[in-house]
Design a protein around this ligand. Structure first.
Ligand SMILES: [Cu+2]
Length: 143
């Protein structure tokens, strides 16, 4: 009887560790990722992509990192007294089962202080960081 209880506890802890692991796996499918090419005199650009959450839980995109630039922020466009302005946002909600697009004129990744000029046709790597501590590297075409 006692050994059965112990086995039960072991199984329960295994199940817990598996579900913990689930929260850090990547349920985000990324498509059509690209970074806007800019002339070498410009050190600021933007990145766009479509993110589909194939998992069962909402995820929050909270940051982006890349070796290509010093700093990347998440931005949105808002209307302010009839003027289109960009505002930094803390995160992008990625609801379960939904596709969220980062687009010119909408939410986007603002890329500051490029370390070297971009080359059209090349791909760059962006590391997406999520609120649950998981991260994912995606490639984006420069165009
Ligand atoms: Cu911006």
């Amino acid at each position: 009887m006692r050994s059965l209880i112990i086995i039960g506890c072991l199984l329960a802890s295994l199940a817990i560790s598996v579900s913990n692991a689930d929260t850090t796996t990547n349920d985000i499918a990324v498509e059509a990722a690209w970074v806007r090419n800019v002339p070498p005199v410009t050190s600021t650009t933007a990145g766009y992509m479509q993110l589909t959450n194939t998992g069962e839980k909402e995820k929050l995109l909270v940051g982006v990192r890349s070796d290509i630039a010093e700093n990347i922020e998440l931005h949105n466009h808002t209307m302010d007294n009839g003027m289109m302005r960009m505002r930094r946002i803390a995160h992008v909600h990625l609801p379960s089962g939904k596709m969220v697009a980062l687009t010119p004129g909408g939410m986007h990744m603002m890329i500051f202080r490029l370390k070297k000029p971009l080359v059209a046709g090349n791909v760059v790597e962006l590391e997406l960081q999520f609120a649950d501590g998981s991260s994912q590297i995606v490639t984006a075409e420069v165009k």
